[in-house]
Design a protein around this ligand. Structure first.
Ligand SMILES: C[S@@+](CC[C@H](N)C(=O)[O-])C[C@H]1O[C@@H](n2cnc3c(N)ncnc32)[C@H](O)[C@@H]1O
Length: 428
């Protein structure tokens, strides 16, 4: 199989696997990378095809309905067409290469899709591709579990959300020092004194100062709640769910004495590599946060809890693409257990910062309500609003929580959905 065909064959297989299994794109992609000898441009092409196919699933299904009276999803033709239409319409790949390789793949013994049908559909789609770029699936086409959880959203909320999900994520850089942000030789839309989005996409290692560790990548929403913490220099902080390290980096950069806890062995290695590149030091504990010693107390406990990750849907389009939906019972149970653990680790008058990259109430506000009901000696403190952060006024809600659905800031930068609460221990 030549390289162009092999990359598309791998993309097809990943798409098929992700639809049927509760796996992440990152995990499945890395399995294939290990199995085949691929160069960087092949890897990039596979990533582009798979991620954009998943992001555009509901749009592509609308397109297929125009050309096929009764199209079936989840058969081999469907996965082949999903990838091919993405290449033609959203990635603007050369039509002859896309059509020829799709027909070749249709003949593959492990695919066996009707090649004449694939050929005919793709030719028609290629002819109409300019107008098809504007065909889009609406909110009603999202998975039922998600629609049930967002029933109360207004029509405007739904429209705004649907617009964000097929967008490619931007690269939001957070700089150790604001001078380095001002000096970087790239066009950047600033989101705070220390952060901004690159106007043009490029691979991270090509961005200036990568190897000097002057910046890291972290979404505006994930960065801001920790950036807003005041006077934390030399404070004793524990970050209970820390890898790959975004929150830890902000804390260390602000001079806190950080212990970073992470239970996953692979992810802790990513954390260590990242800390090394950034030349940051902290104490690292490869452990289950629920099992750590409660004798040691901390001024601040950071809990960036495992969650559905629905706020990061652009980066994790498999959440909507998969047949299997997130196990909310399991997730909310672990979130509340970790909150109870955080309570036992925080000093008197100390604070817990609870966060999830989700905008669903049951993972955010409801967790906090339940916690406060059981723990009368804790209260919420509002995140401080400062002018340094773009549009912050609109991101702190009436309860004082940092809360947002994925949306555009007034400078056009698209940010992830997120929830964060600052919980203070009132004990004297
Ligand atoms: C949302 S991610 C954390 C992201 C990280 N704070 C950052 O900013 O880069 C949640 C992390 O918690 C870890 N985790 C889940 N359960 C855990 C537990 N019981 N103890 C420690 N880590 C846990 C997961 O492996 C995952 O790396």
């Amino acid at each position: 199989m030549h390289q162009g065909l092999l990359t598309r064959y791998i993309a097809y297989n990943i798409l098929k696997k992700l639809r049927n299994k509760a796996l992440s794109f990152k995990g499945v992609f890395s399995q294939y990378i290990k199995k085949y000898d691929l160069d960087n441009s092949d890897k990039k092409m596979i990533q582009n095809i798979v991620l954009n196919s998943m992001r555009n699933k509901i749009n592509i299904e609308e397109i297929l309905k125009i050309y096929i009276k009764k199209f079936e999803i989840d058969n081999n033709s469907y996965f082949l067409l999903l990838g091919a239409i993405t290449q033609l319409i959203y990635l603007n790949f050369k039509p002859y290469a896309v059509i020829n390789s799709s027909v070749e793949l249709a003949k593959h013994p492990k695919i066996r899709a009707p090649k004449n049908f694939i050929n005919a559909i793709l030719r028609k789609i290629d002819k109409d591709k300019k107008k098809l770029l504007h065909v889009s699936g609406n909110y009603t086409k999202l998975p039922n579990w998600f629609k049930n959880k967002t029933k109360k959203w207004t029509v405007i909320d739904k429209l705004k959300f649907i617009k964000t999900i097929s967008e490619e994520p931007n690269i939001h850089l957070v700089f150790k020092k604001k001078e380095d942000l001002n000096k970087i030789n790239r066009e950047i839309i600033k989101t705070s004194n220390n952060s901004g989005v690159l106007k043009k996409h490029e691979s991270l290692i090509e961005i200036p100062d990568y190897k000097f560790g002057k910046w890291w990548v972290q979404d505006y929403s994930a960065m801001t709640p920790i950036m807003l913490l005041d006077k934390i220099k030399n404070k004793k902080v524990i970050d209970l769910c820390s890898a790959p390290g975004g929150k830890t980096f902000v804390l260390v950069n602000k001079g806190a004495k950080v212990t970073a806890v992470e239970k996953d062995n692979e992810r802790i290695n990513q954390l260590k590599d990242n800390l090394l590149r950034l030349n940051f030091n902290c104490n690292i504990l490869n452990s289950d946060a629920l099992k750590i010693n409660e004798k040691n107390k901390y001024d601040i406990v950071i809990l960036d809890a495992p969650c559905s990750s629905i706020g990061t849907i652009r980066r994790h389009p498999e959440i909507f693409y998969r047949k299997i939906f997130p196990n909310f019972n399991k997730l909310t149970l672990i979130q509340s257990k970790l909150l109870e653990k955080a309570k036992k680790l925080v000093n008197k008058k100390g604070e817990i910062i609870y966060m999830v990259c989700s905008f669903l109430k049951e993972e955010g506000e409801i967790q906090i309500k339940n916690f406060l009901k059981k723990n009368k000696n804790f209260r919420i403190e509002k995140f401080k609003i400062t002018n340094n952060f773009k549009d912050l006024n609109n991101l702190i809600d009436k309860n004082g929580y940092f809360y947002t659905q994925p949306k555009k800031l007034s400078n056009g930068v698209l940010i992830d959905g997120f929830f964060a609460a600052k919980i203070i221990n009132n004990d004297k």
